[in-house]
Design a protein. Structure first.
Length: 253
């Protein structure tokens, strides 16, 4: 009975050590993954982006604020951008649709070659009849300086990139800057079987660039941050193991 208890304790210690090692190498993500075996990946909760850890309000150079003046018996207000009110996003909490349309293509090729050869040779061959004097030949060196150097380098590089992404995502106005520009942020998650695809869009837009149907093209978003990726079983298989990532960082070869 004592032998069985000792073996059981050793097994628990080994499992605990394995979990601690996995936690140290993978940032405790391995334990979370083990608890989710056989389960579908969970969708993120809908939270206020301004309350998330690390959120920082956007600060940009702003013009001096203009004081609005009202004219008696007039429907127009100085500084107003429209006579009739529309349903386009204009204040914090409003929604607008971002049309993501990215079709990038780049083809770059470079070839560099360089070579150089240097040779330095100096010495004393005959100094006041040194060749006829035996002792002088032993004292005087035949060569004072001899140096040879050869260097060459050759480099080639090429880039061939094609990217295409077309989709729509609804974004929320999280901040209105003093000049009227809007800070927007949107996130979309789609779960198909055991894989989640997520799209994140954030940036600064001008109210004038918002279309009448409350949509805006992603090319008109300043400081745009667009991320498209996923997480789940397929993405997990495509990533190298933690040990391989550690070796890639530590090995100098």
């Amino acid at each position: 009975m004592s032998t069985f208890s000792s073996a059981f304790r050793l097994r628990r210690i080994a499992i605990s050590a394995l979990l601690l090692t996995s936690c140290a190498l993978g940032g405790c993500s391995s334990i979370d993954r083990l608890s989710q075996i056989g389960e579908q990946p969970k969708l993120s909760a809908i939270d206020n982006p301004t309350t998330q850890p690390g959120y920082k309000p956007v600060q940009m150079p702003m013009p001096k604020p203009e004081v609005a003046s009202y004219n008696p018996n007039s429907l127009w207000r100085n500084g107003s951008r429209a006579f009739f009110k529309d349903q386009r996003a204009r204040q914090v909490g409003d929604l607008l649709t971002v049309t993501v349309n990215i079709t990038d293509k780049a083809n770059i090729e470079n070839d560099t070659s360089r070579s150089r050869t240097n040779k330095e040779d100096s010495g004393i061959t005959d100094f006041i009849g040194a060749k006829t004097i035996t002792q002088a030949n032993k004292i005087l060196p035949g060569r004072i300086l001899t140096a040879d150097s050869t260097s060459s380098s050759e480099g080639k590089g090429s880039v061939d990139r094609k990217e295409a992404l077309q989709t729509n995502v609804a974004a929320v106005v999280t901040q209105v800057l003093p000049n009227g520009n809007l800070v927007v942020e949107g996130k979309q998650e789609i779960r198909v079987n055991y894989e989640i695809r997520e799209l994140i869009v954030a940036g600064i837009v001008r109210p004038e660039d918002i279309q009448s149907d409350n949509t805006i093209d992603s090319t008109k978003i300043a400081q745009a941050r667009i991320a498209y990726g996923g997480r789940g079983q397929i993405m997990d298989v495509q990533q190298p193991r933690y040990g391989q990532q550690v070796m890639d960082v530590l090995l100098p070869f």
